[in-house]
Design a binder for this molecule. Structure first.
Ligand SMILES: *Cc1c(COP(=O)(O)O)cnc(C)c1O
Length: 362
C-alpha cells in the first residue's frame, strides 16, 4: 500500500511557544490539545478517502449522525515520546492499529488499513512535533477514533464513517513518585458481558463503567475493579486498565476472559517478565483467590497497567464485605522494576531489542 497524501490546511492561530510552555507546565491528562487534527473519511461506495490535516476544532455533525444515537464508535490510545536526541517515537503503534481493526470488526465499522493508521500518526507529528515535550516522563497522548457519521436513524451499520486523530500533551502521571492506588470492587455492575463488546475499545464500555466509577469515588477509591458478568467471581479488569497479580514464587498471573480488553502494555510487561525468567500464566482468577492468596502471603504484589499510567501498583482492594491490603501498602519491587524497564524502552533510555519503537518524525 502506498502512503496517503494528506491535504494540509494549517491553522492561522497556532499556540505561541509561551502559551505552549504554560500548558507544558501543568498539562494533567486530556485537558489541552495540539494545533491540528487529522481525519480520513470512509463511505461504503468510496472506501477510505480525503485524508486531511486541518486546524484542531469542533466537528460539524448532523444531529441524526448515528453515533449520537446508537454509539457506533471505537478508539485507541498511545503516546509519542521525545528521546534525548530530539527524535519522536511511538511504542508498538502497529499493535494499536491492529486492535483498532479488531474493534472495528466487532462494532461493524470499516477496518482502517494499518499503513493508514501509521501514516495518520506521522502526519499529525509532521505539523505538531513541538507539542512533544522533552521534560522527563512526559509525552504526547495520541487519540485515534472512528465513528458512524451517517445521518440515519434506522438501526444498521453506518455507510459513512469518519476516522480522526487528535493529540493531547500528558504530564508525568505520578507527580511525586509512583503511588499505589485503592480500587473498589464493583459487585453491582458489570463492565461487559459474555458475547458483548468488552474486548473492543469502544466508548460504550466506558459509559457502562462510569456509575461504578462513581461508587468507587464514594468509597474513597480511585479506580473500579470489575468481575465477570455471569458468576460475579472472576477478575476481569479495571475501567481502563488490565490487572496482573504477582505470586511469591515470582510467577505472574493475569485474568483470561473474552470480555477483557487486550492491553498492549500488559502484553509488553508480561513479555519482559517472561524474558527475565518469570513464569506468566493467563487464566481465570477469582477474587477469592486474590483475597486468600494475599492473606496467606502467596500473592505478594498486584498492579494495573495501561498506556496512560503504564503500571500502577495496587495498594488496596475494597469490597462491600472485605478488604485486601491497605492504602499504605508499598509499591511492589517487581512491579516497579518492570515499570522502569518498560518506560526506559519507551523513552529511549534502554536498548529497544524487541523493535517496539516506531519513529514518527523525519
Ligand atoms: C485501553 C484499555 C486498556 C489498556 O490497554 P493499553 O493498550 O495497555 O493501553 C485496558 N482496559 C481497557 C478497558 C482499555 O480500554
Amino acid at each position: 500500500m502506498t502512503g496517503l497524501e494528506f491535504h494540509r490546511q494549517l491553522t492561522l492561530q497556532p499556540k505561541s511557544p509561551s502559551e505552549r510552555a504554560a500548558i507544558f507546565a501543568n498539562p494533567g491528562f486530556g485537558n489541552f490539545f495540539t494545533d491540528h487534527m487529522v481525519d480520513i473519511c470512509w463511505s461504503e461506495a468510496g472506501g477510505w478517502h480525503r485524508p486531511r490535516i486541518q486546524p484542531y476544532g469542533p466537528i460539524e455533525l448532523d444531529p441524526a449522525a448515528s453515533v449520537l444515537h446508537y454509539g457506533q464508535e471505537i478508539f485507541e490510545g498511545l503516546k509519542a515520546y521525545r528521546h534525548a536526541d530530539g527524535s519522536i517515537w511511538a511504542f508498538r503503534p502497529d499493535a494499536n492499529a491492529r486492535r483498532l481493526q479488531s474493534s472495528a470488526l466487532r462494532m461493524a465499522l470499516p477496518e482502517l488499513p494499518v499503513e493508514h493508521f501509521l501514516d495518520s500518526l506521522k502526519a499529525l507529528i509532521s505539523v505538531d512535533a513541538e507539542w512533544v515535550s522533552s521534560e522527563p516522563e512526559t509525552s504526547l497522548y495520541l487519540r485515534p477514533f472512528m465513528f458512524a457519521k451517517e445521518a440515519f436513524l434506522g438501526v444498521r451499520p453506518a455507510k459513512k464513517v469518519a476516522y480522526y486523530l487528535i493529540a493531547s500533551p500528558a504530564g508525568a502521571y505520578f507527580t511525586g513518585g509512583v503511588a499505589p492506588v485503592s480500587i473498589w470492587l464493583s459487585e453491582s455492575y458489570s463492565r461487559a458481558g459474555k458475547g458483548g463488546t468488552g474486548a473492543a475499545k469502544t466508548g460504550g464500555n466506558y459509559a457502562a463503567s462510569l456509575v461504578a466509577q462513581n461508587e468507587a469515588y464514594a468509597h474513597g477509591c480511585q479506580q473500579v475493579l470489575f468481575l465477570d458478568s455471569v458468576e460475579g467471581k472472576y477478575l476481569e479488569e479495571l475501567g481502563g486498565m488490565n490487572i496482573v497479580l504477582v505470586y511469591k514464587d515470582g510467577s505472574l498471573v493475569t485474568p483470561l476472559s473474552d470480555s477483557i480488553l487486550p492491553g498492549i502494555t500488559r502484553d509488553s510487561v508480561l513479555q519482559l517478565a517472561e524474558e527475565r525468567g518469570h513464569k506468566v500464566t493467563r487464566r481465570a482468577v477469582t477474587i477469592a483467590e486474590w483475597r486468600d492468596g494475599f492473606e496467606s502471603g502467596e500473592i505478594v504484589e498486584a498492579f494495573a497497567c495501561g498506556t496512560a499510567a503504564v503500571i500502577t501498583p495496587i495498594g488496596q482492594v475494597k469490597a462491600k464485605d472485605f478488604t485486601i491490603g491497605s492504602p499504605d501498602t508499598a509499591a511492589g519491587e517487581l512491579t516497579m522494576s518492570l515499570r522502569e524497564e518498560l518506560t526506559d524502552i519507551q523513552y529511549g533510555r534502554r536498548d529497544d531489542s524487541h523493535g517496539w519503537m516506531y519513529r514518527l518524525d523525519g
